[in-house]
Design a protein around this ligand. Structure first.
Ligand SMILES: NC(=O)c1ccc[n+]([C@@H]2O[C@H](COP(=O)([O-])OP(=O)(O)OC[C@H]3O[C@@H](n4cnc5c(N)ncnc54)[C@H](OP(=O)(O)O)[C@@H]3O)[C@@H](O)[C@H]2O)c1
Length: 298
């Protein structure tokens, strides 16, 4: 199998480059190879290399900054995805793309199912939804994995931020009224590779939109407390005691972008399609927090 990967230097892209390599040669591209701001740049690469599988892990991911530059977010998360999907359609390539819990408004407390009505609350969510729509309209073989709250030992993510703050601050405040499933980028990369392998083997096609997160849910506050406790147990020094993480509400935080309070995604379809249980969120957080703690000691 020939695989083309966009976004190879992002936190998910780096894990995908490793997982996908087990399936065949991976051409791993980052922004310096293909800039998605340039119309049709990614499409030209697909048309010239005609890969069997295209994985798009590139994206405009700064949720707050998207409020002040929504056109750029739409270009990268919307129009560029449409161009990639059109090129996949004309080359017969299967496209695997990543979307987000932020396509939902996040009302209620039940996990959102794939077919539930969307209603993004912020510019980032609207741009990701536009990418979904353009990809679906292109008519290529398509898998969109909607995920949430990604974390990894490298890259920019909440767990790394909390553990870094624990080196310099005695007290931090963390939102306690947003609930979701922290999801390991490494685990998600393995799921994506599994889907790619199934597609190439000609197995029953996976649904075009699938929710792919860890099992269970927690608030950001609970995730912060859990990650810190694990890192401290692994030997990482911390100025913050566990009880010094202060719970606050989203309205107290006053971030530029409004975020959904309920980011839970139903993983029933993923589990029944793949025939195994998703990772528990605490297991993924344990791996990431432990890896960060050990690295901080080396
Ligand atoms: N992080 C989350 O919690 C989360 C949750 C739900 C869904 N997702 C989705 O999952 C996917 C991967 O997210 P991630 O956490 O791995 O994000 P990330 O670490 O920010 O990686 C995104 C990658 O996209 C690249 N990129 C940005 N603008 C580009 C451009 N103009 N041209 C080419 N490449 C560009 C970035 O390159 P540079 O490094 O050069 O900027 C970066 O390598 C995205 O589609 C995201 O929307 C993420």
């Amino acid at each position: 199998m020939t695989i083309l990967l966009f976004g190879a230097e992002g936190q998910l892209g780096r894990e995908l480059a490793v997982s996908l390599a087990a399936l065949g040669p991976v051409t791993a591209l980052c922004r310096s190879h293909v800039d998605l701001r340039t119309p049709l740049a990614a499409a030209a690469v697909i048309r010239s290399s005609r890969p069997q599988f295209v994985v798009n892990a590139a994206g405009y991911t700064n949720v707050d900054a998207a409020e002040s530059e929504p056109e750029l977010a739409q270009r990268i998360n919307g129009d560029a995805v449409g161009e990639i999907a059109e090129a996949c359609s004309s080359c017969g390539s299967h496209l695997l793309h990543f979307s987000t819990d932020y396509v939902f408004a996040g009302t209620g407390t039940a996990p959102h199912r794939e077919e539930d009505p969307v209603g993004p609350l912020n510019a980032y969510g609207r741009s990701k939804l536009e990418g979904e729509r353009q990809a679906m309209n292109a008519g290529c073989q398509l898998t969109i994995l909607r995920t949430s709250w990604l974390h990894a030992p490298r890259g920019k993510n909440f767990i790394r931020t909390v553990l870094a703050l624990a080196q310099t601050r005695h007290e931090i405040s963390v939102v306690s009224d947003q609930f979701g499933a922290p999801t390991s980028a490494r685990w998600l990369a393995d799921i994506a590779s599994h889907i790619a392998r199934r597609s190439l083997a000609g197995d029953r096609p996976t649904p075009r939109v699938l929710h792919a997160t860890s099992r269970g849910s927690a608030s950001w506050h609970e995730v912060a407390q859990t990650a810190l406790a694990i890192a401290v147990e692994a030997g990482m020094p911390s100025l913050i005691a566990k009880h010094s993480i202060t719970p606050i509400t989203s309205s107290q935080l006053r971030s530029p972008a409004v975020r959904p309070l309920n980011s839970r995604l139903s993983i029933e379809t993923l589990e029944s399609t793949l025939g195994f249980e998703c990772q528990a969120w605490i297991d993924g957080v344990r791996e990431t927090a432990y890896a960060i703690a050990r690295e901080s000691l080396s």
